[in-house]
Design a protein around this ligand. Structure first.
Ligand SMILES: [Fe+2]
Ligand SMILES: [Fe+2]
Length: 270
């Protein structure tokens, strides 16, 4: 398999981060990189599969593709790692550092949104849009919007929720094309599910259409192999727009507290 060096280095946090790693850490990181099913798909040079071929692969795996990243070591034989504990009153920063890390994709998306001069609500949406994939990849936009709804502006939650539907539909006015990644993941003849199509029809007439559309625009072009990723540039925006609960995320008895607790302790047996 051909490995794109720039992709690998970006995944590890950039050239500087790689320079600080010892050789064992590099070997582990390479193994992790190669072991991800998604990366294998991304690196593939094969023709796009059909939706039926994508489905036929299901029984070849020991896990389901929609499972949250925290819950499975994807390579056959690989093991999950012990997770660092979270503080008693965990903040969004603790979750980023200890559960969503390396979070390169969302940090780069948010950085791009910031460079493009997006409103703060949209930058925050870009920062959070895929983080629920730690919990569940299937329907991740909907999971994420629910998980963040009590803590972020309504428009941010709206943008997070519907980026998932809009990613399936091109919009030349915003320079957004249907991504090849989706042809690979779902099959070239894939038809989005009814709830996605219905949401798209609703969104086309919605005054907030632009909010999730801007997430897809800053999402799709967000991969920059030279980007240095850090949450620091977003601290002021988080401070202004993220209502961190005093008790800590997961401890505030909100309707979504259990989602945060599950991410905090994914090793709980029941
Ligand atoms: Fe997404
Ligand atoms: Fe994304």
């Amino acid at each position: 398999m051909e490995i794109k060096r720039a992709n690998l280095i970006a995944t590890l946090g950039g050239e500087e981060a790689v320079a600080r790693m010892d050789s064992e850490a590099k070997a582990d990181a390479l193994e992790d990189f190669l072991s991800s099913e998604l990366d294998k798909i991304l690196l593939s040079k094969d023709p796009f599969p059909t939706a039926a071929e994508v489905e036929q692969k299901i029984p070849s795996r020991h896990f389901r593709m929609g499972v949250g990243n925290l819950f499975v070591a994807q390579a056959p034989g690989a093991k999950v790692k012990i997770l660092p504990p979270l503080p008693e009153k965990p903040t969004i920063y603790d979750f980023f550092e200890r559960r969503f890390a390396p979070a390169n994709h969302v940090l780069q998306s948010a950085a791009l949104a910031m460079r493009n001069g997006m409103p703060e609500e949209i930058i925050l949406a870009c920062l959070l849009h895929d983080t629920a994939q730690a919990l569940m990849k299937a329907d991740h936009g909907y999971w994420a919007a629910q998980m963040y709804a009590p803590y972020v502006p309504e428009k941010t939650a709206f943008a997070i929720k519907y980026h998932q539907a809009l990613r399936f539909f091109a919009d030349p006015a915003y320079g957004y094309e249907y991504p090849d990644l989706y042809r690979r993941l779902f099959g070239e003849d894939y038809v989005p599910l009814p709830h996605i199509r219905a949401d798209y029809e609703m969104l086309k007439k919605h005054p907030w259409y632009e909010a999730p559309r801007l997430v897809t625009v800053n999402d799709y072009y967000s991969f920059d192999p030279n980007a240095k990723v850090s949450i620091d540039p977003f601290r002021e925006i988080i401070g202004r727009h993220f209502k961190q609960p005093r008790e800590g995320l997961g401890n505030d008895n909100s309707p979504v507290a259990h989602m945060w607790r599950t991410i905090a302790r994914p090793d709980m047996a029941l």
